[in-house]
Design a protein around this ligand. Sequence first.
Ligand code: GAR
Length: 205
Amino acid sequence: MTGVKRNVAVLISGRGTNLRALIDSTTQDADHPARIALVLSNRAEAEGLEIAKAAGIETAVIPSKGKERAEFDAILDTVLRAKDIDYICLAGFMRLLTHGFVQAWYGRMINIHPSLLPAFKGTDVHARVIESGTRFTGCSVHFVSPEVDAGPIILQAVVPVPQEATAESIAAAVLEQEHALYPQALRLLAEGRLVIEGQRVRVTG
Ligand code: GAR
């Protein structure tokens, strides 16, 4: 191993297939610049927690139900700082974060979204893609900014929408691309190769 690894926290709410892709990519390369130091969920039943445990990664649950956003984010921030976290990956984390939290972590927190942003922000993406008649969709990894799904875009992958596509078939095709794209983006981030210039991201080196 060369150099000190950057500590990454992955935040999840559910299944955790992107988490698995991030774990695989960081553990399969001894020289990877990042290690996943913590997997944190706002739901104790998130299946992704088991994936983390099986990989020997520390997990934490901060139940969000019944908590004010500011209270949740304050606890989250304390946990992340106590663990010396350098970067945050949101991977199917279905909870909005306060502007204060987002600003505190700006440039160090990334998200994956299952559309070609800035198109189809928000939820229920694939059904809206089908309904719109668009011929192409995809996925985007972006820096998290206070406006939801609107931060500077790091990488995108394109997925065609065939005539016979359903929301389910598109979700599966997009997810496959997500699993390749998110690890690439995390590697660039941990290598310090991403420079935010307004709404654009320049990849250096
Ligand atoms: C992924 O498709 C991800 O892009 C999406 O949730 C899914 C999580 O799957 N995220 C969002 O919609 C965020 N707005 P996973 O738990 O299997 O990684």
